[in-house]
Design a binder for this molecule. Structure first.
Ligand SMILES: NC(=O)c1ccc[n+]([C@@H]2O[C@H](COP(=O)([O-])OP(=O)(O)OC[C@H]3O[C@@H](n4cnc5c(N)ncnc54)[C@H](O)[C@@H]3O)[C@@H](O)[C@H]2O)c1
Length: 249
């Protein structure tokens, strides 16, 4: 599953590491020799997985900048550094902008899915620099590459994560810090529960979480930066090729 990636002596932080994609990546990284800090609001599942993988668990709400800072500090204190930040915590918003608009749910979704990535990157950068470089991978979504009428707020914050990564990749390339986004289509985790029966009824193919884990290691095993990797059923994952925009004439 790790396609030859050797994580021996690498230290990784995983937000949203208690379940779903984060937990699956945690298991694969631990199996490949990495030391892990799992950061999640779900302390029960997070602490249990950390015990299983001999990892550290940090209670963390990624909407709070101090929580990301504390998670990075734990990587430094417990394992002596940080090589990889997988900024993966995310939620659906479940609301539109019409009569169903809920400003609290809107702020929560933007806070977790966008602010959480921004705060995670800000916290991780000094630690990655101290190692002479490293990797940042943010979990965006195919909803960041295509319209998402089922959850437009989710589409907005995931598109923002793609834009952030595309801008930060070149910004930190000369420091040997790569910044990429993982963009899965619908994958079989808890976040999908509200949509799953509709997807099954319409025969929409759903990714196995292992497909997303493979794409995660695909990113680690290549050299690109500022890229957004699509992960869709039945296709080899890879960096989405954006069309060039018209320049001035
Ligand atoms: N499963 C899919 O269909 C799919 C598709 C595209 C993108 N994604 C993205 O993948 C990422 C992981 O989601 P998943 O599919 O594993 O779902 P999941 O619900 O199984 O896992 C999400 C994890 O994030 C944690 N979390 C939620 N809010 C948090 C917060 N404020 N601070 C810290 N942790 C928090 C949850 O406790 C949970 O462990 C998310 O960013 C999601 O948007 C999922």
């Amino acid at each position: 599953m790790t396609a030859g990636y050797d994580a021996t002596d690498k230290v990784a932080l995983i937000t949203g590491g208690a379940g779903g994609i984060g937990a699956a990546v945690a298991r694969a990284l631990a199996g490949s020799g990495a030391r892990l800090v799992l950061a999640d609001v779900d302390a029960e599942r997070g602490a249990a997985l950390a015990a299983e993988l001999d990892a550290a668990f940090v209670p963390c709400d990624v909407r709070e900048p101090g929580d990301s800072a504390a998670a990075v500090a734990t990587a430094l204190d417990r394992f002596g550094g940080l090589d990889l930040a997988f900024l993966n915590a995310g939620i659906a918003s479940g609301h539109g902008l019409g009569d169903d608009f809920d400003p609290v749910a809107y702020r929560r979704a933007m806070g977790v899915n966008l602010d959480g990535v921004v705060y995670g990157i800000h916290a991780a950068l000094p630690a990655l620099r101290a190692r002479g470089g490293g990797d940042i991978i943010a979990t965006a979504s195919m909803a960041g590459l295509t319209p998402a009428p089922f959850d437009p707020v989710y589409g907005a914050n995931k598109t923002a994560v793609v834009g952030l990564v595309r801008s930060l990749g070149p910004a930190y390339a000369n420091e040997n810090i790569r910044v990429n986004a993982l963009c899965p289509s619908f994958a079989d985790t808890d976040i999908l529960i509200p949509l799953k029966s509709h997807l099954e009824a319409t025969n929409f193919p759903i990714l196995d979480v292992s497909d997303v884990v493979d794409a995660f290691f695909g990113i680690l095993n290549t050299e690109g930066t500022g890229e957004a990797w699509f992960v869709v059923p039945g296709r080899e994952p890879g960096p989405f090729k954006f069309r060039g925009v018209p320049g001035p004439r």
